[in-house]
Design a protein around this ligand. Sequence first.
Ligand SMILES: *[C@@H]1O[C@H](CO)[C@@H](O)[C@H](O)[C@H]1NC(C)=O
Ligand SMILES: *[C@@H]1O[C@H](CO)[C@@H](O)[C@H](O)[C@H]1NC(C)=O
Ligand SMILES: *[C@@H]1O[C@H](CO)[C@@H](O)[C@H](O)[C@H]1NC(C)=O
Ligand SMILES: *[C@@H]1O[C@H](CO)[C@@H](O)[C@H](O)[C@H]1NC(C)=O
Ligand SMILES: *[C@@H]1O[C@H](CO)[C@@H](O)[C@H](O)[C@H]1NC(C)=O
Ligand SMILES: *[C@@H]1O[C@H](CO)[C@@H](O)[C@H](O)[C@H]1NC(C)=O
Ligand SMILES: *[C@@H]1O[C@H](CO)[C@@H](O)[C@H](O)[C@H]1NC(C)=O
Ligand SMILES: *[C@@H]1O[C@H](CO)[C@@H](O)[C@H](O)[C@H]1NC(C)=O
Ligand SMILES: *[C@@H]1O[C@H](CO)[C@@H](O)[C@H](O)[C@H]1NC(C)=O
Ligand SMILES: *[C@@H]1O[C@H](CO)[C@@H](O)[C@H](O)[C@H]1NC(C)=O
Ligand SMILES: *[C@@H]1O[C@H](CO)[C@@H](O)[C@H](O)[C@H]1NC(C)=O
Ligand SMILES: *[C@@H]1O[C@H](CO)[C@@H](O)[C@H](O)[C@H]1NC(C)=O
Length: 556
Amino acid sequence: MAYHMMSFRSHISLLIILFGFLGLISFPVEAAIKKYQFDIQMKNVSRLCHAKPIVTVNGRFPGPTIYAREGDRVQINVTNHVNYNLSIHWHGLKQYRNGWADGPAYITQCPIQTGGSYTYDFNVTGQRGTLWWHAHILWLRATVYGAIVIMPKQGTPFPFPQPAGEFEILLGEWWHKDVEEVEKQGNQMGLPPNMSDAHTINGKPGPLFPCSEKHTYAMEVEKGKTYLLRIINAALNDELFFAISGHNMTVVEVDAVYTKPFTTQSILIGPGQTTNVLVKANKIASRYFIATRTFMDAPLSVDNKTATAIFQYKGVSNTIIPSFPLLPFANDTNFALNYSKKLKSLNSAKYPVNVPLKVDRNLFFTIGLGMNSCPTCINGTRLVASLNNVTFVMPKTALLQAHHFNIKGVFRTDFPDKPSTPFNYTGAPLTANLGTSITGTRVSKIAFNSTVEIVLQDTNLLTVESHPFHLHGYNFFVVGTGIGNFDPAKDPAKYNLVDPMERNTVGVPTGGWTAIRFRADNPGIVYRPHFKNVKIICEFFYQFVILAKIANYKTF
Ligand SMILES: *[C@@H]1O[C@H](CO)[C@@H](O)[C@H](O)[C@H]1NC(C)=O
Ligand SMILES: *[C@@H]1O[C@H](CO)[C@@H](O)[C@H](O)[C@H]1NC(C)=O
Ligand SMILES: *[C@@H]1O[C@H](CO)[C@@H](O)[C@H](O)[C@H]1NC(C)=O
Ligand SMILES: *[C@@H]1O[C@H](CO)[C@@H](O)[C@H](O)[C@H]1NC(C)=O
Ligand SMILES: *[C@@H]1O[C@H](CO)[C@@H](O)[C@H](O)[C@H]1NC(C)=O
Ligand SMILES: *[C@@H]1O[C@H](CO)[C@@H](O)[C@H](O)[C@H]1NC(C)=O
Ligand SMILES: *[C@@H]1O[C@H](CO)[C@@H](O)[C@H](O)[C@H]1NC(C)=O
Ligand SMILES: *[C@@H]1O[C@H](CO)[C@@H](O)[C@H](O)[C@H]1NC(C)=O
Ligand SMILES: *[C@@H]1O[C@H](CO)[C@@H](O)[C@H](O)[C@H]1NC(C)=O
Ligand SMILES: *[C@@H]1O[C@H](CO)[C@@H](O)[C@H](O)[C@H]1NC(C)=O
Ligand SMILES: *[C@@H]1O[C@H](CO)[C@@H](O)[C@H](O)[C@H]1NC(C)=O
Ligand SMILES: *[C@@H]1O[C@H](CO)[C@@H](O)[C@H](O)[C@H]1NC(C)=O
């Protein structure tokens, strides 16, 4: 292990030199270079009358926004001044042929050690809209996160009316205790970690919580104007409803992909997802609550507390008590299903949908919970998550490095394409024989430039639950979704292959399935699903990874 760590450090510095060299000789002069310095440092902050030190970027919570235009090159020098090793993930950036800059610790790189620096260097290619960045190790992303705003190329308008102004709205979770302790305790006990104590809007829980005078976010708007809200769900676990009292929202973009615009009273946004909405400030000039609360339709306990902020018309007195929006019930499955049905790619001449119509490789992944033996845990078992009954084992060596430098023994390429034993996935809850396979780090190998379909099937192992699923550095098309067991004979006929939503993170409904398609044209990239609740504890155990087979990956 020591050998690997050492060798990786030298590999990383070698790569930085290569990037710098290539950048000098080949970067076109017209593209701007946006440079950022991220100093990872501790900062004492107080929320809900509890003070604690948190890990931040540049002492800010949420962290600074990265602004770029499509086509720009972005260089972020991350310097680590805290006693945690960490890396930063640029969630949703496509990173073509540039997996090294993607950020997940032990997947594409070793973490940046205390006192160390690493410069992330990437081009923003073929995407524009709202994305975000976050720490990608342990639970540090609870406080280490921020927005990425990508404007269209100079002179290219939005495909919707130009807003008068923009606001970034980051939804998060707050724990009174040190988040690393919360995670560690859950892990040691083999149980889900304690739920958060509050949700936050731009780091602030709002007036429904104590000590909120200074901790309420307010956005000021002018009557008659239309605003663009860039909403990001940076919560670790919770799918969230979001609404503004008295004002409908028009959804125009998700995960930095334009949508067919539609109007709604509430949006639903999963962990890792972004949603851009237009809001017209055309109501009586007053103060209106913005509110966000968890969606949960499985019998699991979650942080069900509502965070609020204020939508405030200019010139209105702060003494006016805002009205409260109507949010869907916490368990409103129908709202969730209808909302995801409304999400469709814009599919215009300028922004066409390139969904694969023919599939080279079909994968069927069941998502389940399991119980493995853990002598030191309460009850002697540890709750884990699995895909096709395989629980991810976090390697000690970053997978991309192992692949690139041909280091043997780090991972196996025999991740199963389908469950070894089919069963009634969403039938009666299964509570016996819950062990999962934990035989090392297993990945799927996908031929370069082949088209892939993955059907993600929730299961009733212990309980059904909705699961967010994210591909790193990649977008995919959500071609179908349904409740119950996926039916390979009937369901594909109902796929939307005309204007399916293209995105980077999708929810698999509770007791249901979701089918996604993509072209594996980004060699070396690594994918992994995000699980929530129970599953986050086991981040180290249940990731699933695909390495696209390398064509000309080593050319840089
Ligand atoms: C960024 O784009 C330039 C120009 O197309 C290219 O030369 C360079 O290799 C790209 N960098 C990365 C990291 O992809
Ligand atoms: C946070 O507060 C504690 C107690 O007052 C203090 O010892 C510590 O130095 C502070 N940390 C930072 C980063 O300011
Ligand atoms: C990154 O920042 C650190 C600390 O400020 C500095 O020492 C280092 O030279 C910087 N690296 C680059 C590539 O600019
Ligand atoms: C950071 O990584 C180094 C090298 O692997 C290790 O020695 C150190 O213990 C790690 N620090 C923490 C806080 O985990
Ligand atoms: C988690 O919650 C339990 C029960 O409320 C409490 O005893 C424990 O101290 C909490 N742990 C952490 C790390 O907050
Ligand atoms: C919001 O939209 C709904 C349905 O489209 C409509 O019934 C309602 O009147 C609208 N509300 C406002 C405040 O415009
Ligand atoms: C929120 O959850 C707590 C338990 O965590 C429960 O006691 C309470 O009734 C729930 N509140 C609502 C409104 O569902
Ligand atoms: C959903 O929640 C509402 C309000 O808490 C409750 O009245 C209703 O019974 C719940 N529905 C289901 C299906 O659990
Ligand atoms: C331990 O197992 C018992 C019996 O299965 C169960 O009732 C209890 O909730 C479990 N405790 C924990 C902390 O998982
Ligand atoms: C699966 O289980 C459900 C609920 O128990 C049942 O209605 C259904 O018939 C079962 N399907 C099969 C194929 O056995
Ligand atoms: C998962 O794998 C374990 C260990 O090989 C086995 O005991 C169990 O039956 C499998 N479960 C399912 C649902 O396939
Ligand atoms: C990938 O395949 C598509 C469709 O066959 C083709 O148009 C494209 O040129 C291929 N891309 C590469 C990089 O080989």
